[in-house]
Design a protein around this ligand. Structure first.
Ligand code: MLT
Length: 315
């Protein structure tokens, strides 16, 4: 029996090599496919390896009659219709640890860039100006970082922020308190985190409780001049409300790597605001993380197809 694995996204070559080295596995790795091509390409595949750019929705699952498993080279499975996959007997697995440090380091980078206007200073000098007055910033030392979602990534950020002499507080209703105690991070109610944070960094999953949690109402309960960082999921933020708060100066700045719709449409109200730093979902995009998650995803698929083993299941 031979299994067909499709990798319809830019997953690191090491995953393809790992799969191709295995007898009984046929691999198609066309890179990122247009939707129509993707729907025909999945017709005979037994497994898929995807990143966040491929929507594994009911339509795709219906087109993939032979599909048995999806491995997500990364953490978030919000691009996979888990209920539809379960209904069709398709196992969904992810690689939760592989890009933790890359995402944490990137978040710190966004926070520093936000505090010191580094991208704005770069753009100004590149445009021929020498403007030292406009881009005065603030230190991280002595400021309070509020982390919403103290999972793997939130914890790695907490440790790094403490090295910058920040006070770190967090909200996470699902974390065993002893983990937060071990990090010396007080676990607080959401309202207390909003009230205390000078910098607020989002690391929660999307759920009915967290979707749009950063909105006009919650912003009104934050400190004046709060700075908001989001390298998790765009849908945590009501983008129109945040844009209003940035324009009024109620929120001093935002550093955003993720958007409700990706790529964000040109009329996204946050694009181009002078106090916003935006990047195109890059937090996990390091050579180190991409190799790790790709190889882990390939191994998950091999273990499942060849030995019937499942790990890191999401459904
Ligand atoms: C993840 O969920 O792992 C990150 O957002 C990175 C990605 O989507 O590739």
């Amino acid at each position: 029996m031979s299994f067909h694995v499709l990798v319809p996204d830019n997953v690191h070559q090491s995953a393809i090599d790992r799969l191709r080295a295995q007898k009984g596995i046929r691999v198609s790795a066309p890179g990122k496919l247009e939707r129509a091509d993707l729907l025909s390409a999945v017709a005979d595949v037994h497994a898929l390896i995807i990143r966040s750019g491929v929507a594994a929705d009911a339509e795709l699952l219906d087109a993939a009659n032979e599909l048995r498993a999806i491995a997500r080279a990364g953490v978030g499975v919000d691009n996979v219709d888990l209920a539809a996959a379960t209904a069709r007997g398709v196992v969904v697995m992810n690689t939760p640890g592989g890009n933790t440090i890359s995402t944490a380091e990137y978040t710190l980078g966004l926070m520093l860039a936000l505090a010191r206007h580094i991208p704005q200073g770069h753009a100004s000098l590149a445009a021929g100006r020498w403007d030292r007055k406009r881009f005065g910033g603030v230190e991280l030392r002595g400021k309070t970082l509020g982390i919403i979602g103290l999972g793997r990534i939130g914890q790695a950020i907490a440790l790094r922020a403490q090295a910058f002499e920040m006070s770190v507080v967090a909200h996470d209703p699902y974390l065993p308190p002893e983990i937060a105690q071990g990090l010396a991070v007080p676990l607080l109610g959401l309202e207390e985190v909003y009230a205390q944070a000078d910098f607020l960094s989002l690391h929660a999953l999307i759920s009915h409780e967290t979707r749009g949690m950063i909105n006009a109402g919650s912003i009104a309960r934050m400190k004046d001049d709060v700075r908001i960082i989001n390298a998790a999921r765009g849908a945590l933020i009501n983008e129109a409300d945040l844009a209003d708060a940035l324009q009024s100066g109620r929120v001093a700045g935002a550093a955003l790597d993720v958007y409700a719709q990706e790529p964000p449409p040109p009329d996204n109200p946050l694009l181009g605001l002078p106090n916003v730093i935006h990047t195109p979902h890059l937090a996990a995009s390091t050579a180190d993380a991409q190799v790790t998650v790709a190889v882990e995803a390939a191994q998950l698929i091999l273990d499942f197809l060849l030995d019937g083993k499942v790990a890191n299941t999401c459904n």
